[in-house]
Structures are given as C-alpha cells and as structure tokens.
Design a protein around this ligand. Sequence first.
Ligand SMILES: NC(=O)C1=CN([C@@H]2O[C@H](COP(=O)(O)OP(=O)(O)OC[C@H]3O[C@@H](n4cnc5c(N)ncnc54)[C@H](O)[C@@H]3O)[C@@H](O)[C@H]2O)C=CC1
Ligand SMILES: O=C(CO)COP(=O)(O)O
Length: 330
Amino acid sequence: MTTDSSVAVLGAGAFGTALANVAARAGRHVTLFARDAAVVAEINGRRTNAARLPGAQIHERVTATASLAEAASAGMVLVVVPAQALRAVLAEAAPHIRPGTPLVVCAKGIERGTGSFLSDIVAAEVPAALPAMLSGPSFAADIDRGLPTAVTVAAADEAVARHIAATLGSPAFRLYHSTDLRGVEIGGATKNVLAIAAGIVAGRQLGASATAAITARGFAELTRFGTRFGAKPQTLMGLSGLGDLILSCSSLQSRNFALGHALGAGKGLELVAGKGALAEGALTAEILVEKAREAGIDMPIAEAVDAVLGGIIDVDQAIVQLMARPQRAE
Ligand SMILES: NC(=O)C1=CN([C@@H]2O[C@H](COP(=O)(O)OP(=O)(O)OC[C@H]3O[C@@H](n4cnc5c(N)ncnc54)[C@H](O)[C@@H]3O)[C@@H](O)[C@H]2O)C=CC1
Ligand SMILES: O=C(CO)COP(=O)(O)O
C-alpha cells in the first residue's frame, strides 16, 4: 500500500463531486478529474459544479483537472464514473496508477456484454492496484450537505479497507469496513434494478403495503443472487445491501426510483429515457437477469423490470404476472 495520503476522484458527476468534498473535509488534498474543460474551470474558479451538484460549495483542498494522468498518480484513487464507462476510464488511467494504490470503485452496476462485476474489471485493467468497493445508502446531495451518512468499504485485505475508511471518514461520513467485495458490489448493482420496481409501484399508486412487499421480496431476490455469487449474507443485510435497497425503494431522490415512478404514472419509455438522468438500474437490468437465468436463480421482480424497460410487457401486465405466480413458501 502507498503511504501517500493524497486522494484522486475520477469523475466529477454528482457523486464524484460529493466524495471529493468528503475527502477534503477529512483533511486530504484532492484532485478531481473531469473530462469536460468547462467543468474543470467552473470547479477551480467559481468553486461550484452547478449542473451535477447544484448548491454545492467545492472545498478549497479540491483541485479539478482535465488530465487523467495527473489525477491517477495519487495515493488513493476513487473511481466515480457510470459503471458502463468504468473499463474505458481504467484502461486509460492504468499506466499512471502506481502499484499498490487502493482503487476504490464507487459506481453501482454490472458491465453489459461481459457480465463482469466491477471489482473484476479493476483486477483485469489495473492488476497492480488494490481493488476496493465503496457502497451504501448515500445520496450525493445528502452527503454534500453534511447530513449523517454511513457506507461500507470493502477490500480483500482488511488492512486496505480500514485504511480507506480512515482516509475518508469524518464526523458526518462514517465508513464500515469489510472484506466482502462481492457482497458490497452486488448489493449496489442489484438494488438499482429493484428500486425501479418500487418506483413503478409508487407511481401506479398501489399503496404502501405493495411498496413494502416489493421491497421485501426484492431483498429475497438480491439475497439469492448475492449468495449464489459468493456474497456473505451478513453483507447483504448491511448498509450496502438492505440499507441501500430501503433508501432507493422509498425516495424520489433516487433516480432509479424516479424512473420507475414515471413509468408507473404512465409515462412512455421514450419520454423517460429522454430525461437524461443516470439510472444505473436501467442499464444493469438485462445483464442481471441474464446472469440470474444462467445460474438458475429465480428473480421475478428483476425480470419484470427488464421486460417493462424492454417494452416486452407494460406495467399492468408486469403487476398481473407478479401477483399470479404460484403460491410458494417464503
Ligand atoms: N448520485 C448519487 O447519489 C450516487 C451515485 N452513485 C453511483 O456513482 C456513479 C456515478 O453517478 P453520479 O455521479 O451520480 O452520475 P452523474 O450522471 O452525476 O455523473 C457521471 C459523471 O461521469 C462522467 N463520465 C461519464 N463517462 C465518463 C468517461 N468515460 N470518462 C470520464 N468521465 C465520465 C460524466 O461526465 C459525469 O460527470 C453511478 O454508478 C452511481 O450509481 C452511488 C451512490 C450515490
Ligand atoms: O445509490 C444511490 C443512493 O445510495 C443513488 O441512487 P440513484 O442512483 O437511484 O439516484
């Protein structure tokens, strides 16, 4: 592990910007990589990132750069680009990342096409780095306002996970450490798909009982999938699994929930897609369902979300299908 306490954040979206401020508040010098020169100028000049994190004041210890090489040589690197962009960003950054650098993926998803989990992409693209995952119930806007937030950080070596927690932690941002990388990344990827289902239920005004049912049965799916792929049940029941599922299935602040809500309220897929907000669950649903089918795991809610997003069935057909499933033991 490197002893350099500098932190880089690759990706100046909502979450990357919030995490850059988190690291700065923890006393670190932070380099924030944004690919857009105008965003770099705005962060370094006005100390704002109005398009991605409105209202945020960028900490004085954060310096933005458009140079991936400059950012990637920090002592710790947080990668906060959308899951589907992770491999390309890492491939470009790899030559500049020093061996033994903790490389903390803060995205949530599964790679389309390959079915790769995100920590496996790190291992493939930057084999000399130390892969880690940071995930849990945490809206960028809440973190940035200094509201109390708790997340999990996982790395294969507990000392690495502890080091990341110590580097980023502050009174309002609490990190629990774990060695269950797989559990942490599966919780984040899967909850996004399930949040779309919960959003549909709310948007269709099916009632609070239905929301609780879809969340609980969604958690059963998340647990089946996670344990099949090596996650520890304890991790899935923690912040990065159940905790994030509860948050994302209950708040319009979640872009995944909001996408489902719009669908449930009768908006067409084209209209919803045109809104432009990143909903990782919409990008992960198909590959999640494919992996589950291949592994023989029953995930009816995720399948329904995928079928609705694919335009194969409409929202009402999805509800009928879920309710008409044969009765079974819980
Ligand atoms: N916004 C939130 O509250 C939270 C987001 N996350 C996760 O963080 C990840 C990023 O989400 P947000 O920051 O919210 O998204 P966002 O849509 O606000 O920003 C994404 C950023 O990634 C950049 N980007 C996209 N492709 C890129 C590439 N190839 N190279 C460099 N930069 C690239 C975009 O320019 C943009 O600045 C997602 O996987 C999301 O699930 C996790 C927890 C909370
Ligand atoms: O992951 C998140 C909160 O933990 C953010 O949720 P959305 O990506 O659905 O906005």
